[in-house]
Each structure stands twice: as C-alpha cells, then as structure tokens.
Design a binder for this molecule. Structure first.
Ligand code: OSB
Ligand code: MG
Length: 375
C-alpha cells in the first residue's frame, strides 16, 4: 500500500501575537509562517506547520528559505516515487542538507494525512500513551522586573506546571533572585538562547543558588564542548535547545556531558521521526526530555501535543494554550490548558480541525503543487 497524495498546498500566513515576545536575540510581534496541506484522492487533508521565523535569529532558516526548499526540492522529492510510510521521508530528504524546519513541515503534513487515512490519532501512531500532558509557559523578557512578576503571577494562578523566563547578560541573576523571592516554590527555569560564553561562568554559577530546574542553551548553538565544560562546573542541569539538530547531535551531547536534559522541537530536528529517535535515545540513557515551542499556531501546537504523549516527555513543555498567543487560532477547538494540563484529543490525525476561514483570513499567498505521477 502506498500513501495517496494528489497535491500539496503551501500557504504563507501572518498572525499577530497578542503581546510581543522578547528573547536575547530579538522581539516577535507578527508571526509569519508556512502551512503545508497534503491532500489525498478522497479529499482528505493532512497539515504541517513550519516553525521557521521571518528572520534567521533562532537558526539560519526563514519563512522564505523554507518556501524555496519546499517548492524546489522537498515537494518534488515527495512526489518523486510512491511512499509507503511517513517514516521513509527522512531518508528521502537526506539528499538535501539541513533545512530541518522545511522538512519537518512537509513530513508533519504527511504524518497527519497518513494517520487520518488509517483512522487513528497521530499520537497513537507515534507510540504515545498519555491521555493528558503537563505544560509550562515561556515568558519573554519584560520591560521591568515588576512587569515580569505580574506576568508570572497570572500564569501561576492559571496552573501552568512550570515557569520559564528568558535571560540575557544584565537580565539574569538579579531578576531570578526577585522571581525566587516572590515565588519560592514555583518550578522555574531560565532560557538564554545562546547569550553567554564560557567567560560568563561566574554569572551562570551564581544561578545555582536558586534551585532552577535547568538552564536552557546558555552557550553557542554549535558548541557542545564548552557546554560540557560549563555543565561540569554547575550544579544546575543544562538543557540543550539550539545545539541539538539531529539524533547524532543528541548522542554526542550526551556522550560529552554537554547537558542533562534535552528540549525536543520537531522542526529543529527535521521532523517527527527524528524527534522520536531522540526521545528513544534519551529514554535509553535515562535523560528526561520536554517539548519546546516556537510560538506555533494551532497546527504546530497539535503536533507538539502528539509527540509529548511519548513516555519520556516527563518534564512540562512550552505548549501553552492557544489564547496565550492568539486572539483567534486556526484550529477548532483551540488548545486549552486546565490546571496546567492539556487533554489529548482522540480524533484521527492531529485531532483538531483546521478552521479554513481563519486560515484564509491570515493567508498572504498560496500555491498548489500537483503530483505529476497521479495526475
Ligand atoms: O528558545 O524556546 C526558545 C520562542 C521563539 C524562539 C525560541 C524559543 C521561544 C520560546 C517560546 O521560548 C516558546 C513558546 O511559547 O512557543
Ligand atoms: Mg530555547
């Protein structure tokens, strides 16, 4: 049996965030992203979302480089020969170097379509078992510490299972001290998005006294060696985000001792299959993982929920409620968080309906690609 795919539609969307999100590398206000829709001969649609941003801050990929890779290389490869299972796609895409977010978006659409064709929820197809997942929230850098404390207060009251704050040099030790004073028991972590170097070891070491669950990605994305040196000097576990783009990166990080926790983002590692392999490796090594976020709209959020049902996602992730980001998301129902938990939907595929009216509203342009061999 091969998977029927008649055509693929790429759409470029703009959605306004409810409030700006600031990291050590920049501020997001409008979210630009690509949606991938793969349609079969019965008119069933599978959906994927690229997590690449408009600017190459988080990684070198952008919305436009993703469009280019999808249009010129990845969609043609998908259509180049029959596909039996979505897990074959990483090998088929391996001829194209990197561009993981573009690959993941297309692979995600095919996974969703395949699960719908089988009539099973995507999370089950991936081997997930959880019926509800625990989530935290990631809070951007705020104008003042007072603002940050008020924002944290709100999310703690909503029941989020852990609070992540963004840090950078000058917005770190004093800020975390204030947060700890105000919230002595809240599960707390800090994400630096590579804002430090080993020269900042004293500043990072000063964070040890606050009992953080972890410090995420303090050093450069390509530096497993310095992360290993830093981890040896800190009590607080390090968690890698930007540094882990593949199973092999994860294996090397664990062998070097560069971290004790891994943040898995489906887009960053090139798709659900690679995400699952990293999950399995970490499970085998006794290393907990959690699902990171990229300010996704509903489709990406639904994929994150599905992967988080795998057993070794034991730490709360960044998959907050749709309403945390958007006035109106592109799925129905929207993702809801109650008491820090998301109920995993049981409908086939990603388990949420894509709201085509909202998609239309946010779409700037779109293009349809036919599969030549089935036309
Ligand atoms: O490093 O995890 C990150 C947002 C944009 C780019 C990188 C990151 C983030 C977040 C937000 O932390 C997570 C979310 O709420 O989606
Ligand atoms: Mg991060």
């Amino acid at each position: 049996m091969t998977i029927s795919i008649e055509y693929v539609i790429l759409r470029h969307l703009h959605m306004e965030l409810k409030s700006p999100f600031t990291t050590s590398f920049g501020t997001f206000q409008t979210k630009e992203f690509l949606l991938v829709e793969a349609v079969d001969r019965d008119g069933v649609s599978g959906w994927g979302e690229s997590v690449a941003f408009a600017a190459p801050w988080y990684s070198e990929e952008t919305v436009k480089t993703n469009w280019h890779m999808l249009e010129e290389f990845l969609v043609p490869l998908l259509f180049s020969e029959p596909l039996r299972h979505p897990a074959e796609l990483p090998e088929r895409f391996a001829a194209i170097r990197q561009n993981n977010m573009a690959k993941a978006a297309l692979e995600g659409a095919v996974w969703d379509l395949y699960a719908k064709q089988l009539g099973v929820p995507l999370y089950r197809l991936l081997g997930g078992t959880k019926r509800e997942i625990e989530v935290g929230v990631s809070i951007g850098i705020q104008p003042t510490v007072g603002d940050l404390l008020r924002v944290i207060e709100r999310y703690v009251a909503q029941g989020y299972r852990r609070i992540k704050v963004k840090i950078k040099p000058g917005w770190d030790v004093d800020v975390i001290r204030e947060v700890r004073r105000a919230f002595p028991n809240v599960p707390l972590m800090a994400d630096a998005n590579s804002a430090y170097t080993l020269a900042d070891v004293d500043r990072l070491k000063a964070l040890d006294e606050f009992g953080l669950m972890m410090i995420e990605q303090p050093l450069a994305a390509d530096d497993l060696i310095d992360h290993a040196r830093l981890q040896a000097l800190l009590e607080t576990p390090l968690c890698l985000d930007e540094s882990v783009r593949s199973y092999d990166d994860a294996r090397k990080a664990l062998e070097l001792g560069s971290c004790r926790i891994i943040n898995i983002k489906i887009g960053r590692v090139g798709g659900l299959e690679e995400a699952r392999r990293i999950h399995d490796l970490c499970l085998e090594r006794g290393v907990p993982v959690w699902c990171g976020g990229m300010l996704e709209a509903g489709v990406g959020r639904a994929h994150n929920i599905a992967i988080t049902t795998l057993e070794n996602f034991t730490l709360p992730g960044d998959t907050a409620a749709s309403s945390h980001y958007w006035e109106r998301d592109i799925i129905t129902p929207e993702v809801e968080v109650q008491g820090g938990l998301i109920r995993v939907p049981n409908a086939p595929g990603i388990g949420y309906d894509v709201d085509r009216r909202q998609v239309e509203r946010y779409t700037q342009f779109a293009k349809l690609f036919h599969c030549a061999t089935t036309a």
